[in-house]
Write a protein that binds this ligand. Structure first.
Ligand code: AMP
Ligand code: FE
Ligand code: FE
Ligand code: ZN
Length: 281
């Protein structure tokens, strides 16, 4: 079983990278990618947990904004973690998440919701990329909402008046950086319409020109029709098709390997990186 998109305590997941790899091993996963938001901080801890006959794919999920302001998530897999441009791009994104979170907290406070930036930091593990899920957890701790899900539904979703974006690379810039660092780029849940505005199918050709390698098709936030449309686009543009859980531990309902990638598709994707960078014991 191949699961190419998961999160840990280095962003908004609830398992440490070490614990996540152990869970993947017991679940019978043979290839696992760890893809924290805008961070590679979990890589070394995840490596220390691997066993023989298991492939670890190091990556990150990069938050992007199109020039029209649409939020896009780009999975970068198998890139060189020492690449300066890549690390700078990730660091810039993490940095702008701080003033962004401050703004969201101020907007909530201005509406009488009793929350402070300090509460959000309390909810985020040490060194984690700070995101809305931590704000959601802080709102739960304060008894303002009952769950992360409710927090997103009522206050934090992309259409909410409290939602603020942070500065981010465009999808084209992210793809170029990933490819320059030797990795492969897979656009994450592109048609997950319930998350907010989505890109149009015509955008894909620009992304392919920039070096896009694959499309995440099988993902719980995309219904059957959305997945069918993506499969057609992938075939037309000769892109790899992936499926994955987007596991976040107890932070979301997504179960490990609830969606997976076909071995032949993974083989094709891996062959497009500039070096064999899968980690094995
Ligand atoms: P941010 O990167 O701070 O904009 O937060 C986006 C993250 O919030 C996504 O990557 C998801 O992990 C999470 N998220 C989005 N919608 C929901 C939801 N309805 N329930 C829980 N987590 C969500
Ligand atoms: Fe997330
Ligand atoms: Fe995502
Ligand atoms: Zn994700």
């Amino acid at each position: 079983m191949i699961d190419l998109h998961t999160h840990t305590t280095c962003s908004d997941g609830t398992d440490t990278p070490f614990a996540l790899v152990k869970k993947a091993l017991s679940a019978g996963i043979t290839t696992l990618a760890i893809t924290d938001h805008d961070s590679t901080a979990g890589w070394s801890d995840s490596i220390s947990a691997i066993q023989p006959h298991f492939e670890l794919v190091l990556g990150a999920e990069i938050s992007c904004l199109t020039s029209d302001g649409i939020s896009v998530h780009m999975l970068g897999l198998l890139f060189d973690g020492e690449n300066n441009e890549m690390q700078q791009m990730l660091a810039d994104s993490r940095d702008t998440r701080i003033p962004r979170m401050r703004k969201m907290v101020e907007l909530l406070k201005a509406d009488g919701i009793d929350i402070d930036l300090e509460d959000v930091y309390q909810a985020a593990p040490e060194g984690a990329t700070v995101g809305r899920p931590h704000l959601a957890d802080a709102l739960v701790t304060k008894g303002i909402v009952g769950s992360r899900d409710e927090a997103f539904l009522e206050l934090l979703n992309n259409e909410s008046k409290y939602y603020v974006t942070h500065a981010a690379p465009t999808p084209v810039e992210a793809i170029r950086a990933i490819r320059k660092a030797g990795g492969v780029a897979v656009i994450a849940h592109p048609f997950a319409s319930r998350r907010g505005q989505i890109i149009t199918s015509s955008t894909f050709s620009d992304l392919v020109e920039a070096g896009l390698n694959g499309i995440e098709v099988h993902h719980r936030d995309q219904n059957a029709a959305e997945q069918e449309n993506l499969i057609a686009i992938a075939h037309e543009l000769k892109l790899v098709i992936t499926g994955s859980s987007d596991y976040h531990g107890t932070g979301k309902l997504n179960g490990l390997a609830e969606n997976t990638t076909h071995p032949a598709q993974w083989e094709l994707l891996e062959s497009q990186a500039d070096a064999r960078r899968v980690v094995r014991k």
